[in-house]
Every structure is written in structure tokens, then in C-alpha cells.
Design a protein around this ligand. Structure first.
Ligand code: M6R
Length: 634
């Protein structure tokens, strides 16, 4: 989503701003802009619709663009179409106050009307953000300082905001403020200060940060001095300085054409990393970063997430209920926000978010905390807002930076962490009451988890086969994905990947639901892709697939090597390797677990299918239209 950056110090700000925006661009890329304040108190703004490259061309050609105080922005449009005019920064009428804004001002129309009526202000953009610059300007014209003008402005705002502000009257400062949108100060090593809406943009300059809390303000000065205030203008003494541990973001495709393809291929090594940090030689599962008390005496689990994180949570629900027998619900974060959360101190709320900054998820977590629920975060970002809400109970998915907007490696690593958690909870819950059969099953699953990286690698080595089999379908306008049980969420995820990066209509269904309506849409133009891996639901799904084929749909399937029945029935098969001991659990009499690990295998061809179709169709694979990596507004 939108990204904010800022620099104040003794050097030229522009390079810092552009390099920081480069790091944030993958998160929102409708337009970008910078504003610089020079020694003569002149403010210059450069902004441009489209990718950051357009802004860089503009700034490269601007010889007079100087200043050691500056702010910048990369935009994902919420209010006002992507355009040069709607790009940030925005200013008041005489360009004495310039702001960049992330978030949504809910009451902007009312404020805008007031500014037009009472102050005769002419607006230049369609954004909600512009009102902030005008309001601050109005208060400054009444003789207030920038700090007091900002406080007065904030008192009038309803909604979410992260704001960075520069102004001519106080040229040696950047002011910051936030509410329900992240904003971070970076403390530089040369008496300089940075700010950003995401710490990843700061890591190239400093690892010392201060995370602003809701309704806090910050004043950054030229000599590295900073002060934080509350809305009563009272200074907040000794704000907590965090030390970041990550490495600067290396934007490197490692020889792959797109980040997406690189990230798909990184999955086996990430699962290996998770195995070595969580599963020891004796098959004990460890979560050193989780307060073990929160996993005990739980009577209900709520999982929440958005998009791909939600689908990982759906798989998690099945695992948790199957293995630990704890009633588990899965909710879209936005839906949990739409009604009162029924939670208490025996409820474990598992919030899944790659970025740890998704607004809906953060708000839902905050509301569950108020009800006393225990919070467990599953995230890729230890320094994220979600991790700080979950305090000490964060499971890190260790996926490394995911640059491509379409989530792939974060999905499988989220799922893997949920598998480990489900087994751990099953062990903790039953403890002595575990029957021999239960222990046997859990140990078998733990043993099998170790094979996942190599099986994923085998599936990845078939990428070319999958590519050649899917390209003939590149002209279709719609696709249907079918799955059952643990592979139903994978069908939904496969459809999401396809629609995100090819813009095709792709819908995932629980295979058993086809006859209850969706089959009416079937015809010879809509390929139906079914996940048909060995397990208790295999034959039922195969029948659903044949029913669609009977009505003309080209039938495609993700099938296990050597599945002659599927080869006979289907038009096109995408063969995947089988787990080495997949027959064992059946032989042990626990047939219901035969396909329990299959999501890690079935998702690989689905990710590759989406990638190869998008690439063939010439789509912007890593930065699809209308999307953003981190959705920081509701
Ligand atoms: O950062 P999060 O995991 O909270 O993001 C959630 C969704 O926005 C994200 O998974 C989105 O659906 C992806 N674009 C899917 O590919």
C-alpha cells in the first residue's frame, strides 16, 4: 500500500528518499513523489503517476532540486484516481505546508466543505489527504506553531493516518503523526534522522528505530534531535528504541525473470529452515519464541487473516480440529471486525499476516485483546505492528522478504508453522491422555514433515512440464478450481493466484458444492482444474470432475505419479510426486491422514500455472494492476 519516507540531516535528502522509495515501491505503485526543502526555505515538489521509474526520470532531469530536509511517498490510490495531481506530496495553497499521508480520512468531505466555505480554499486534487495540508496551513495562519497546528488538525481528523509534514515557517523540522497506520523514526549515525512507514526502508541506513504509537506526534530536528509528544503537547520521555535485526532488503532476482518465480523456488529451503528451528532430532516441536502458557488450557481457537493468509488459516483450522480436537473458527479479519468478537481468556486468537501490517488484521486483533483473548501472531516480520501486539507470542515464518505482490512462499511457510502448532497443541492438550494411536499418528506426521522440502523440489523440477501443459489454455477467460478437505483451501489459493496475476476470472469451489449451483456455469470454454491426490476424498472429487467434464468442461487435474485412473478420465494431468511413505499411514489403519500433507505438494503446480500463464500473457507479474503488497487501510 502507500509508503512514506523522510530524511532530515546535513546531506542532500533526495538520494535517501529515492533509495527508500525503491524499497517500498513493491508495496504500492500507482504514483510516487518527493518534496524537498532547501536552505532558502523553498519547497519543491516532484511527483508522477505510475511506477517509481517515472519519478526518478523527473528528478534526474531536475538540476535545481536540492534540500537536506525531504519527504517522499509511493501511492496506492484510495481516494482519487492514480494521476499526477492525486500523487503525494500535497500542499496548501501557497505551498508553505507539504504533507504525505497513508491511511483514509473518513470525514474528509465534511472538512473539505468547511475549508471551502469558511476559508475559500481551492482544492487541486481529489484526495482526502490534501485537506490535512490546508488545515495545518489555516491554523498556522492563526499564529500557531507547526506542532500546535498539527495537534489542532489531528483533533478534527476521523480515520487512519500516518503523516509526515514539512513547512516553510519551521524549515529545520519534519513533523510526524499517526493513528492506526504505522510510522517509524530511524535514528541515523551522522546526526541525521529518517522516517518511514515500514522499517525495511530504513535498514539500509540504521537499525535503531522508534515506532510511533497511535495518536503520538514526533518532531525531528536537523542535528539528530527528536521529541515525541502526546495530543496534549506533553513530551513523551524516553521513547523505546528498538534495534532491528534484519539485513537491508536486497532486491535481487537471483537470475529468475521475476521475483514471483524466484520466491516460488525458495519454498523448499524455507521449509528446511523452519524444520531445523522447530523440530529436533527426537521429533520434539519447539517454539522458543512463544510463551508456552498461552498454548495451555485453550477451549477455542479463532484464526484470522486476509487473502492468502486466510487460506493458510483454513488449512490450519482443519489441522487444529483434526489433531488437537480444539474447536477452531477461521474468519476474514474484516468480517471479524463487522460484529462483536466472542472471545475470552481461554480463547486463542491466531492472527496470520505476512507483512504484520494489514489494517483489518491489526484492528481485529486489538478488538480481541480487549476481550481478553490470548494472541499468537504468525508473521514474516518480527518488527511489525502485529508482532508487537502479540508481545512475546510470535511465530516467525522465516520466509525472507517477499517482493512479489502475489504471496507464494509466505503461504507455504505460514501453513507449515500451523502444522507444527497443531501438532504441538495436540500433544499439549492430550498429554497423558493421548492414545497410542494418536501418538503414532502424530509421530508419523512429524516424521513426514521432513520429506516436504525434497518433494517440493521434485515438483518444482517439473516446472517446464506444467508450463507446456497450461499454455494452451492461455486464451480462456475463466477457470474453475476444485478441491476437497485439506485441498479445498488450496483450490481457493490456486484461483486467487490466477486471478491476481493474469486478471482472469478464476473461482475456487469445494468440489462437493459444484452440484449445488456452480455447475450451471460450466461449458466447453471453462477449464475445471481439480486437486486429485490420494486420500479419503479422492474418488468423490474425481466424480465431481467427471460431472463437469460430462458437461463439456476441459478437465485438468493435479494428480499423483502413477494415477492411471485419473490419466484415463482427465484431459490434462499435472503429475506431482508422492510423499515417500504415503502408503504407510494407510497400512497403519489411519487412512484419514493419507492426504494430510498434500497441500504442500498440490500448491506448487498451481503457483507455477498462474505464473506461466501471466508471463505468457505479458502481465506485470510482480506488480499486478490495482494491488499492493501490504494493505494498510481497511
Ligand atoms: O501481509 P498479509 O499476509 O496480511 O496480507 C494479506 C493479503 O493481503 C495477501 O495475502 C494478499 O491476498 C496477497 N496479494 C495474495 O497473493
Amino acid at each position: 500500500m502507500c509508503g512514506i519516507v523522510g530524511y532530515i540531516g546535513k546531506e542532500e535528502a533526495l538520494g535517501y528518499l529515492i533509495d527508500s522509495l525503491r524499497v517500498l515501491e513493491y508495496r504500492g505503485y500507482d504514483s510516487a513523489g518527493v518534496a524537498l526543502l532547501d536552505n532558502q526555505k523553498r519547497i519543491q515538489i516532484k511527483k508522477s503517476k505510475g511506477k517509481l521509474g517515472n519519478l526518478i526520470n523527473l528528478t534526474d532531469n531536475a538540476t535545481d532540486l536540492h534540500g537536506s530536509v525531504g519527504i517522499g511517498h509511493t501511492r496506492w490510490a484510495t481516494q482519487g484516481i492514480p494521476s499526477d495531481i492525486n500523487a503525494h506530496p500535497h500542499s496548501n495553497t501557497d505551498t508553505s505546508v507539504v504533507i504525505v499521508h497513508n491511511g483514509i480520512i473518513n470525514n474528509y468531505l465534511e472538512l473539505k466543505e468547511d475549508l471551502i466555505k469558511n476559508y475559500k480554499i481551492a482544492f487541486t486534487s481529489e484526495t482526502d489527504s490534501e485537506i490535512v495540508a490546508h488545515l495545518i496551513g489555516v491554523f498556522q495562519n492563526q499564529g500557531l506553531s507547526l506542532k500546535d497546528s498539527l495537534i489542532k488538525t489531528i483533533e478534527r481528523l476521523k480515520g487512519s493516518y500516518a503523516l509526515a509534514i514539512i513547512c516553510k515557517q519551521e524549515p529545520d523540522k519534519i513533523f510526524l503523526a499517526c493513528n492506526e497506520a504505522p510510522l517509524i523514526i530511524g535514528i541515523g549515525n551522522n546526526q541525521d534522522l529518517f522516517c518511514a512507514s515500514d522499517s525495511s526502508a530504513l535498514l539500509q541506513y540504521t537499525n535503531k528505530i522508534i515506532r510511533l504509537k497511535d495518536l503520538e506526534l514526533a518532531e525531528l530536528g536537523r542535528n539528530g534531535e527528536y521529541k515525541l509528544y502526546d495530543l496534549h503537547s506533553k513530551e513523551i520521555k524516553n521513547p523505546e528504541i528498538q534495534i532491528l535485526t534484519g539485513d537491508p532488503l536486497l532486491l535481487d532476482k537471483a537470475g529468475f525473470k521475476h521475483y514471483l518465480l524466484k520466491e516460488i523456488h525458495e519454498q523448499p529451503s524455507i521449509i528446511r529452515k523452519l524444520l531445523s528451528s522447530h523440530l529436533d532430532e527426537d521429533l520434539n516441536i519447539q517454539f522458543p519464541e512463544v510463551d508456552s502458557q498461552i498454548l495451555k488450557d485453550i477451549d477455542r481457537i479463532i484464526i484470522l487473516g486476509c487473502g492468502t493468509a486466510y487460506y493458510a488459516g483454513m488449512v490450519g483450522k482443519i489441522l487444529l480440529e483434526t489433531l488437537s480436537h480444539i474447536p477452531t473458527e477461521i474468519e476474514f479479519s474484516s468480517e471479524l471486525l463487522a460484529r462483536p468478537v466472542l472471545a475470552n481468556e481461554k480463547t486463542l486468537l491466531i492472527a496470520i499476516s505476512q507483512s504484520g501490517e494489514t489494517a483489518d488484521t491489526l484492528l481485529a486483533v486489538k478488538s480481541a485483546i480487549q476481550k481478553g483473548a490470548r494472541i499468537l501472531a504468525v508473521t514474516n516480520r518480527p518488527e511489525s505492528s502485529l508482532a508487537s501486539l502479540a508481545k512475546k507470542s510470535t511465530v516467525l515464518i522465516q520466509a525472507g522478504v517477499e517482493v512479489s505482490v502475489a504471496a507464494t512462499k509466505s503461504f507455504t511457510s505460514q501453513m507449515f508453522c500451523l502444522y507444527l502448532l497443531a501438532i504441538k497443541l495436540a500433544e499439549l492438550r492430550s498429554d497423558k491422555k493421548l492414545s497410542a494411536a494418536n501418538k503414532e499418528e502424530l509421530n508419523w506426521i512429524k516424521g513426514e514433515l521432513r520429506y516436504i522440502p525434497q518433494i517440493m523440489e521434485q515438483a518444482l523440477s517439473r516446472a517446464e512440464i506444467y508450463r507446456s501443459k497450461i499454455l494452451p489454455f492461455a486464451g480462456r477467460h475463466a477457470f474453475i478450481f476444485l478441491g476437497r478437505g485439506v485441498n479445498y483451501p488450496i483450490a481457493l489459493e490456486g484461483a486467487l493466484k490466477l486471478k491476481e496475476i493474469t486478471y482472469m476470472q478464476a473461482t475456487g469451489y469445494a468440489a462437493g458444492e459444484m452440484k449445488h449451483g456452480p455447475i450451471a456455469t460450466i461449458d466447453e470454454n471453462i477449464p475445471t482444474l481439480s486437486i486429485l491426490l490420494p486420500g479419503p476424498t479422492y474418488h468423490k472429487t474425481l466424480h465431481n470432475c467427471i460431472e463437469a467434464k460430462t458437461r463439456g468442461a476441459p478437465s485438468l487435474g493435479i494428480v499423483a505419479d502413477g494415477d492411471n485412473e485419473a490419466i484415463r478420465e482427465l484431459d490434462v494431468i499435472f503429475p506431482v510426486p508422492q510423499m515417500p511413505s504415503s502408503g504407510e499411514i494407510k497400512a497403519l489403519g489411519h487412512k484419514q491422514f493419507e492426504d494430510i500433507l498434500s497441500p504442500f505438494i498440490s500448491v506448487i503446480p498451481l503457483q507455477l500455472i498462474a505464473y506461466y500463464l501471466a508471463e505468457y500473457m505479458g502481465k506485470d507479474v510482480d506488480q499486478p494492476r490495482n494491488l499492493a503488497k501490504s494493505v494498510t487501510v481497511e
